[in-house]
Write a protein that binds this ligand. Structure first.
Ligand code: SF4
Ligand code: SF4
Length: 328
C-alpha cells in the first residue's frame, strides 16, 4: 500500500463542541499547524506520485482562513485535488456563503465536505441552522466544486442521508451530492459524554479483517506528527502506535513512507487487521470497530506490542512463507 491521500488536521480548535467529537475539538483548544510545516509537507508530497488528494480538516479549519487558503493554493499549484472539511458555520445567507467560498475556490479548492447530523445541528443552530447547509451546497455547486455531506449516526438519529436527500430535493437542489455515513465512535468527548447505547455493539456485525485505511492516508497533526492512517484513535494516548515520526525532526515525507513500509505493525494492520495482532498477543477480546481494537492495542497492550517489534524479522518471514505457500 502506498499513500493516496494526505490529510492535515490543521487545528483542534472549533467553534462547535459536538458531543460525539472523537478528537474533542472545541473553542478552548488552541493547537494549530505551523504554516511552514504545511508548506514543507505539500512540497515534499509532490515527490510521492501516489498521493492525489490533499485534505484540510480539523477542528474547524476555516477559523484559520489565511493558513488554509495558502495550503490549498500551493496544493492546487502542485496539481493535487484539494478538499476542505467544514461545519458550514459561515453560510448564514446565500450571499455570505458564496462570498466566503469564492476565496477558497480562487485558491484552488475542488471539493467541499460538510459535516452535518444530529450532533452538529445543535451547534449549527446558533449560526443559522439547516439553511446554512443548503446555502453552502448551493454556493459550492455554483462555484463548480463537488460536494459531500458526512453524517455520524446512532440508533434513533434523525438526520441521515435519506433525510438530507429529502431536504435538498424540497429546496430544489438538483445537483449531485455525495453522502457518507459513519457511526459514533467511543473516544474523545464521545467517550466522556455519551451513554453506552449510542455506540453500536452487535458483535455479529463487527468489523473484522484487514484495515484498508492503514497506509492509505498519511495524517499530519497540528504538532507536526505524521500517522499512517486517519483512524478514530487520533488525539488519544493510543495514537503513538500509528505515529511514524514528526515533521519537527526534519525528516522528509518520502523517508516517512519508507519507514512506514518497514514497520511490521503497519503491515500487520494492513494485511490482517488489529484483531489478528490481538490474537498473536493472546488477547481474546472482540471489538465492534477495528479502530477500537487499535485503541486497545495502543493502551492496554502497549508493552506487549513492543515485543512484537523485536520479532519483526520472524514475522516478515512468516508472511513471506504464506505468500509462496510454504508451511508457516
Ligand atoms: S465534530 Fe467537527 S464540528 Fe463538531 S466539535 Fe468536532 S471538529 Fe468541531
Ligand atoms: S483500524 Fe487502526 S489502522 Fe485502521 S483506521 Fe483504525 S486506527 Fe487506523
Amino acid at each position: 500500500m502506498i499513500p493516496q491521500v494526505l490529510a492535515f488536521i490543521t487545528t483542534y480548535r472549533c467553534n462547535f463542541s459536538c458531543d460525539h467529537c472523537s478528537v474533542a475539538a472545541g473553542p478552548e483548544r488552541r493547537e494549530v499547524l505551523a504554516a511552514g510545516v504545511m508548506q514543507r509537507v505539500i512540497e515534499q508530497a509532490y515527490a510521492l506520485p501516489s498521493i492525489r488528494v490533499i485534505v484540510f480538516t480539523g477542528g474547524e479549519p476555516t477559523l484559520y482562513p489565511e493558513l488554509i487558503q495558502e495550503g490549498i493554493k500551493l496544493a492546487h499549484e502542485k496539481g493535487f485535488v484539494t478538499r476542505l472539511v467544514t461545519n458550514a458555520w459561515w453560510a448564514q445567507t446565500a450571499e455570505k456563503a458564496y462570498r466566503f467560498l469564492q476565496d477558497y475556490r480562487a485558491a484552488g479548492l475542488d471539493e467541499l465536505n460538510i459535516s452535518y447530523d444530529d450532533f452538529h445541528a445543535k451547534y449549527l443552530e446558533s449560526f443559522g441552522g439547516e439553511r446554512n447547509l443548503l446555502n453552502a451546497i448551493r454556493a459550492a455547486t455554483e462555484l463548480g466544486m463537488t460536494t459531500l455531506v458526512g453524517s455520524v449516526l446512532y440508533h434513533g438519529a434523525r438526520i441521515r442521508s435519506g433525510y438530507l436527500r429529502r431536504i435538498f430535493k424540497d429546496a430544489g437542489i438538483q445537483q449531485e451530492i455525495k453522502f457518507l455515513e459513519d457511526f459514533v465512535f467511543p473516544l474523545g468527548r464521545a467517550r466522556r459524554k455519551l451513554p453506552l447505547h449510542f455506540f453500536p455493539s452487535d458483535m455479529e456485525k463487527r468489523e473484522q479483517g484487514a484495515c484498508q485505511e492503514a497506509g492509505h492516508t498519511l495524517t499530519i497533526l497540528p504538532d507536526g506528527k505524521i500517522l499512517f492512517c486517519c483512524g478514530h484513535i487520533i488525539n488519544s494516548k493510543a495514537q503513538a502506535i500509528l505515529t511514524v515520526d514528526s515533521m519537527a525532526s526534519g525528516v522528509s515525507l518520502p523517508e516517512i513512507v519508507g519507514r512506514m513500509q518497514r514497520n511490521v505493525f503497519y503491515w500487520w494492520l494492513h494485511l490482517e487487521g488489529p484483531e489478528a495482532v490481538l490474537a498473536e498477543l493472546g488477547v481474546e477480546k472482540k471489538f465492534y470497530r477495528r479502530c477500537e481494537a487499535c485503541f486497545y492495542l495502543g493502551t492496554a497492550c502497549r508493552e506487549k506490542l513492543l515485543t512484537l517489534a523485536a520479532r519483526k524479522e520472524e514475522i516478515f518471514a512468516r508472511w513471506e512463507a504464506r505468500k509462496i505457500g510454504l508451511p508457516a
